[in-house]
Design a protein. Structure first.
Length: 464
């Protein structure tokens, strides 16, 4: 078997993924309201290089060109997100018809190209109007999200049948609410658990809204999962790693897939910090755990955790820094290759987490790897081409890791490369490049990278 021959089912679906705030631009056009990321990026020092998502990849105006790239690539699926504030500028109430029309035309273009549209309803960009009312600390935001979900399914459900509710609730809760590295930068520490609960509740209510549209509609959620390992065999490091694993992985997947929080102390923290009664929590978990048709797993890297060492400098291990009172610290994974974003390259971690999910959840729905990719800073050379061999090696190895998980009994139905194009990489701005297509962020010129052609050939070979 050659390196590019993969033992994947004939029905396996290849795709790519993007997010609205990272590619669309047109931040103030056609009635769109501001999101928390527009406000966050406007604050000096928040984004590397002073970048903002105001223009991003100008996908709002270059939709046809970007769909043509997807069509030529041959992908089966395109996972994109919908900007809540483009459709509902105030988060609720009057629909902004030009914004809704953009997504309707995108769906039509994708279907005409033979590509299944796979929308994610929320990818971190809460309308600022709702943030001003309390954001995800407020239970009413969960209900507003369900109403927004119903709006989108009503508008697109005649053509779209595969939906994801929210993206990476754990990252959104940790980076944007426990810490201050992402919008809305609340810095609440572990007091942020009501955010986690309201996100989960919003997911469940949105699943109900999707289901209400009829039996053709399929609902799922996208979670970031990663193996968590202790940095040593010491009891302190093992306890710290267990705590981190519970809070970042299982606190978000157990309520959805098992109908409970992973530990009684987590449930008690949610109960008290959110001001809920025991009956309210029980009722909420019934909603959160609605059955799903599919489960999205995003994977980039494993995490190595130790108990804090007094006086040790932990800065630079991740692109975020943990406050001094956090009872765990990420440490650098040594002895492996690293991307230009300084993330460790550990393909076996994808197999490990997929197998761990199957073992933890006997009724795990069919899985799609909804994001996997890497940032390398390759740009067009003298020949005009982008020779990104390291990305090809990365994607190849992770596709083999998916095949290994399938061989181990995990029902994985598809794999989406992050990302379709270089984009606005949140707090890192435009410095990082995850795309199969290179984007010159000054001219907006697109250049298909060598990895784009490689992925096209993988898809073609799998179909043959």
């Amino acid at each position: 078997m050659t390196p590019d021959q993969l033992l994947l089912p004939s029905s396996f679906r290849f795709g790519t993924a993007t997010a609205a705030a990272q590619i669309e631009g047109a931040a103030e056009e056609d009635g769109r309201g501001p999101s928390i990321w527009d406000v966050f990026a406007a604050e000096p020092g928040r984004i590397r290089g002073g970048d903002t998502p105001a223009v991003a990849c100008d996908h709002y105006h270059r939709r046809a060109e970007d769909v043509r790239d997807l069509a030529d690539l041959g992908v089966h699926d395109y996972r994109f997100s919908i900007s809540w504030s483009r459709v509902l500028p105030d988060g609720r109430g009057t629909i902004n018809l030009p914004g809704l029309d953009f997504y309707s035309r995108l769906v039509d273009d994708l279907l005409a190209a033979g590509i299944r549209p796979v929308p994610t309803l929320y990818h971190w960009d809460l309308p600022q109007a709702l943030q001003s009312e309390g954001g995800w600390l407020s239970r009413s935001t969960s209900e507003a999200f369900a109403d927004y979900a119903a709006t989108m399914v009503d508008a697109l459900g005649d053509r779209v049948t595969t939906w994801f509710t929210l993206n990476e609730m754990n990252v959104h809760t940790l980076y944007g609410h426990a810490l201050t590295d992402h919008a809305p930068a609340l810095g609440m520490g572990l007091d942020c658990l009501p955010v986690a609960h309201n996100l989960l509740r919003g997911h469940g209510l949105a699943v109900d809204a999707i289901r209400a549209a009829g039996p053709r509609q399929q609902a799922g959620v996208v979670q970031q999962h990663f193996p968590v390992r202790a940095a040593s065999d010491s009891a302190e490091d093992i306890d710290a790693a267990d705590l981190f694993r519970i809070l970042t992985n299982w606190t978000f997947s157990d309520p959805i897939l098992s109908g409970r929080y992973p530990e009684d102390w987590v449930a008690e923290l949610v109960l008290t910090s959110a001001g809920l009664t025991a009956q309210q929590l029980e009722d909420d978990l019934v909603v959160v755990s609605r059955p799903l048709d599919h489960y999205g797993v995003n994977y980039y890297e494993p995490t190595l955790i130790e108990a804090p060492r007094p006086g040790k400098d932990y800065s630079g291990v991740l692109e975020v820094d943990f406050p001094a009172d956090m009872p765990f610290r990420p440490v650098r994974v040594e002895g492996v290759e690293r991307t230009d974003f300084d993330w460790p390259v550990v393909p076996s971690g994808l197999t490990d987490i997929l197998v761990a999910l199957r073992e933890r959840y006997p009724d795990l729905p069919p899985v799609t790897v909804t994001e996997n990719g890497c940032s390398y800073h390759d740009s067009p050379g003298p020949d005009g081409a982008v020779h990104d061999d390291r990305r090809i090696d990365y994607l190849r190895a992770h596709l083999h890791a998916v095949a290994d998980a399938i061989a181990a009994g995990v029902d994985v139905r598809g794999y989406y490369v992050w990302s379709a194009m270089d984009n606005f990489e949140w707090a890192a701005g435009y410095a990082e490049r995850f795309g199969l297509v290179h984007v010159d962020h000054t001219t907006q010129e697109r250049t298909r990278k060598d990895s784009w052609y490689w992925y096209r050939d993988v898809i073609t070979r799998a179909a043959g």
